[in-house]
Design a binder for this molecule. Structure first.
Ligand code: ADP
Ligand code: ADP
Ligand code: MG
Length: 454
């Protein structure tokens, strides 16, 4: 069992990690940048250490500074949260080399499953269907053009190291493909430090459905699926469980394939296997694995009653999985909406500022995970996520009613947020019927621009 944990992240997820650690009696040390000195996580943690200037490259991405801070504070483990160094195999290795525990899978597991090309290969080996595409990384243009021709346009050019919806381009023709390839390579090199690319067929009107996994290195279990099809620029805005469209026999197959893949790579910790699902043909295709806790994990916590953060910390401390598959049951319906500091009426322009008149929703089946407090200055340097509103109820319809009620209770003064967008979505006929896919929201935003301005 761990005694002390350094948190190498910020925002709402740092607060979430501190809460789970405290319930386990683990001492918490918050590593923070100079811009986060007055953050809620710093206030809540038992200890706090400044690891560098606001710019993430000098603080939250600074491996040497984080390891130093952990040693200095006597931490026996480091939790990376999501984003930043969470899927950085070199970081996981460095933590272990320094004699501490990385709360996540081994560096080798991250190298296999965190790289999107080698993960595709691992999925195929485990018998999991993947999106038709290149067998490996694209090495030369003429060979890639042949593969593209064979798959058929439109195709997606994706960065092997991509994440957060970045590093993806669509080519509609061979000419576009030849034009985009070098650009995509340069961009991936600049954004992720790895110019590796691969190609995939575009699955039209696909739905994004992912499976939550817990593994202890030997055995893995699934905690059912989440559907995250309501996206803008390939970033999730609304996530729910169960999927409103997945038939039970397909759910069983999908979840079993995720367990098979996790066990094939001896996965340890919490992870998510993402798929695209075509609800006309009932086909599903592996797209990637996130080898970390995900933003939308509370949705699964609501329907299963598990505390995923606690489980991942216990596993990192050396525990075996405490549950067998038959212990994991689901009940009711949960929905999460992301409240970002962005103005949906102005093309989601970032809107940092000082929070005032904060009113957090409460009541039955209502959870608001946030780092906000009155007087908090949202720094302009990082992700715009302010909080996640998660609701649970017995049916999807009731959960949506509860979501609307809780959204109306939520007040965040001083900033523009995505709350008005979610209120409109919760009233939308197609959303109520679950009739959407990953390319549904963007045209909807154009069609509803005037309503968002009001
Ligand atoms: P989730 O998969 O948990 O839904 P997101 O895709 O929204 O998460 O990403 C969560 C955060 O992590 C975002 O801030 C995103 O920009 C960041 N992120 C995810 N993957 C990467 C990556 N490969 N490189 C850099 N940042 C990433
Ligand atoms: P990231 O690492 O940025 O999360 P993903 O591979 O998970 O990248 O893809 C992000 C989103 O892009 C998916 O949720 C989906 O909306 C879209 N997408 C990815 N691959 C495809 C594809 N082959 N066809 C259609 N849409 C795709
Ligand atoms: Mg993804």
């Amino acid at each position: 069992m761990l005694k002390s944990l350094l948190i190498a992240n910020r925002g709402e997820i740092a607060v979430r990690i501190i809460r789970a650690a405290r319930e386990l009696g683990i001492r918490t040390i918050q590593a923070h940048s100079a811009a986060d000195t007055s953050s809620l996580a710093v206030r809540m943690a038992d200890e706090a250490i400044n690891i560098g200037p606001p710019h993430a490259a000098k603080s939250y991405l600074n491996i040497a500074a984080i390891i130093d801070a952990a040693k200095q504070s006597g931490a026996d483990a480091i939790h990376p949260g999501y984003g930043f160094l969470a899927e950085n195999a070199a970081f996981a290795d460095a933590v272990e080399a320094a004699g501490m525990i990385f709360v996540g899978p081994s560096g080798d597991a991250i190298r296999i499953m965190g790289d999107k090309v080698s993960a595709r290969i691992a999925a195929e080996k485990a018998g999991v269907p993947v999106v038709p595409g290149s067998g490996g990384r694209i090495e030369d243009l003429s060979e890639a053009a042949k593969v593209a021709e064979c798959i058929g346009f439109p195709i997606m050019i994706k960065a092997a190291a991509g994440g957060g919806g970045r590093g993806i381009r669509i080519a509609n023709t061979e000419a576009e493909f030849e034009q985009f390839l070098p650009q995509a390579q340069a961009e991936a090199q600049a954004a992720f430090g790895d110019g590796g690319l691969y190609i995939e067929k575009v699955i039209a009107k696909a739905r994004h459905i992912e499976v939550q996994i817990l593994g202890d290195g030997e055995r893995a279990i699934h905690c059912f699926e989440r559907e995250c099809s309501l996206q803008r620029r390939r970033q999730k805005l609304w996530e729910e469980a169960p999927s409103p469209v997945l038939p039970e026999n397909i759910r069983t197959k999908l979840c079993a394939s995720a367990v098979a893949l996790a066990e094939a790579v001896h996965y340890r910790g919490a992870g998510t296997i993402e798929y695209l699902y075509d609800d006309a043909t009932h086909e599903f295709y592996f797209i990637e694995m996130n080898t970390r806790i995900q933003v939308e994990h509370p949705v699964t916590e609501f329907i299963t009653g598990l505390d995923l953060m606690r489980e991942m910390i216990l596993i990192a401390g050396g525990a075996r999985l405490r549950h067998s598959q038959k212990d994991i049951a689901r009940k009711g319906h949960a929905i999460e909406v992301r409240i970002n500091a962005e103005d949906p009426a102005k093309n989601f322009m970032p809107f940092p500022g000082v929070v005032c008149g904060l009113q957090v929703p409460g009541g039955p089946g209502t959870r608001f995970d946030t780092m906000l407090y009155d007087g908090y200055q949202v720094p302009p340097f990082y992700d715009s996520l302010l909080g996640k509103l998660i609701v649970w109820d017995d049916t999807r319809g009731n959960a949506i009613n509860r979501l609307k009620r809780a959204l109306r209770e939520l007040e965040i003064g001083g900033l523009k947020t995505t709350k008005p967008l979610h209120l409109l979505l919760a009233e939308d006929e197609e959303v109520l019927e679950g009739k959407f896919h990953t390319r549904w929201l963007e045209p909807w935003l154009e069609a509803n621009a005037a309503r968002l301005e009001r």
